[in-house]
Design a protein around this ligand. Structure first.
Ligand SMILES: [Mg+2]
Ligand SMILES: [Zn+2]
Length: 165
């Protein structure tokens, strides 16, 4: 079975600039690439789980999310921190785009994205953990039997070193 580091995206890997979808607006969190490499080198596969209600709100499209994730994935490959999979939830119950305006099972704090990953990639929840910058991230992890850590600082590398020790 795999051990996985689950990562929230906005506020953990990239700075949370609110409804990010353009590559030109992407700013990496300090130490993020190095932190992900450290976890990868320690034997964790890296999986992103991100709420992207901007799709349901009509701010951007799923194709925009995918283009951004392809770019981020390439940059992280180059940094020695390959992302196994990006999961995203495009839904929001109050969305304006009808087909995404549902009360889904994947929007955190619900554990749907983690549960799907655990099943698809044969993940051992007890050997895995999540880093998020919002309590709902930690709640979604705990609901899936995964330990969650709340990142509230600005340097992900120093945070990761503490967790891995
Ligand atoms: Mg976040
Ligand atoms: Zn969803």
């Amino acid at each position: 079975m795999r051990k996985v580091l689950f990562l929230d995206r906005d506020g953990v890997i990239n700075k949370d600039v609110s409804y990010l979808y353009k590559i030109e607006d992407l700013q990496w969190v300090d130490g993020a690439k190095e932190a992900l490499k450290l976890a990868y080198d320690a034997g964790y596969d890296l999986i992103v789980v991100t709420n992207q209600s901007g799709v349901a709100r009509g701010y951007y499209k799923e194709s925009d999310v995918q283009i951004l994730h392809d770019y981020m994935g390439n940059e992280l490959d180059k940094a020695g921190a390959p992302i196994l999979r990006f999961y995203y939830c495009p839904h929001h119950k109050d969305g304006t785009v009808e087909r995404y305006a549902v009360d889904c099972d994947c929007r955190k704090p619900k554990p749907g994205m983690l549960l799907q990953a655990i099943k698809e990639y044969n993940v051992d929840p007890s050997e895995s953990f999540l880093i998020g910058d919002n309590v709902r991230d930690v709640e979604s992890a705990e609901a899936a039997g995964v330990k969650g850590y709340l990142f509230t600082g600005t340097d992900l590398l120093s945070f990761m070193k503490i967790i891995l020790n």
